[in-house]
Design a protein around this ligand. Sequence first.
Ligand code: ATP
Length: 353
Amino acid sequence: MAGLALEGVGRDYGATRAVGRVDLAFREGELTALLGPSGCGKTTLLRIIAGLEPPSRGRILLGGRDITAMPAHLRRFGMVFQSFALFPHLNVRDNVAYSLAISGTGRAARHARADELLDLVRLGHLGDRSISALSGGQKQRVAIARALAQDPEVFLLDEPMSALDAKLREEMQVELRLLQQRLGITTIVVTHDQREAMSMADRIVVMSEGRAEQVGAPQEIYDRPDNAFVAGFIGRNNFFDAVAVPGGLEADGYRLALEPGPAFRPGSPVRAACRPERIRLGQDLPEGNRLPARVVFVRAIGSERDVHVETPLGPFVVAQGSGLQGGDGIAAGREVALHLPPGALQVYPAQSR
Ligand code: ATP
């Protein structure tokens, strides 16, 4: 198979436009995360790819072949649902072997294949167990093994971790990623959890209101968000309003230099952002790009801390990592100075979200 591609794919439910017109190419062997807030259309898009939902417009291509009208059961796509959707009356092995039974594989062969897959997800010893006697993490592994039974060309997962507690979720993220890399299977994961997307995916598609807002590697999206929505949705950010001036910004009488590059027309209103970990606070600050601030709250966790400050441009959070010197006197009520490095300032049109 060559990659999977969407061309102008969209879906309306009556007057609701769940997915607008999406163009995406999923690369072979990569894990792509569809990431966005509730209602942005990510589940609808995954169901369209799976063939469970007909698109209102556009085409789906697999290896260059148009599969838009191909029924779900002929697509050889493995799917894991949020609820796992296991058969409670079948034991673990028979759940995994189910699709093989449907396709006419003999009993011995499908049991052998099921046991092989159960070994792969580290459940080899539980084939005879009933589904109701499994933990959440074990159920999820069964759902993954079942989806892989037919050697799918594409592996689709809808919020696979959402039924798991936080610790198990992190373990399963690592496990799923290792399995996906070992099998080299083209995989699409729907999630609303940016940490999950950042930690697992080769590429992330950030979605909002039925649109793909940005597509890129996790670090690329974090470092260079295309718009204010992405800048606010991925990671933490401090936003403030400003006006473009030659070489920089002006906000409430404070001048902030920007790195040379494409600039906004002087006088145009802009929305600027600066990541909490890029802001410097305290003594020995570089010249320029400074703001006065008053500390309102310090949230310290071990060697890291968030310093919440009030500035003339509004509230900011400054994140300080390891290497902190204790006893530097940063505490609620203190007047301090902030430095916003020119290279850390992101600037977007004012009307963008
Ligand atoms: P969530 O994370 O909450 O599951 P999502 O990003 O997966 O959200 P979708 O479930 O794809 O979003 O829904 C996108 C939009 O389409 C929403 O406004 C939703 O209400 C609407 N929608 C989805 N399915 C249907 C349906 N069967 N009938 C009508 N509207 C629907």
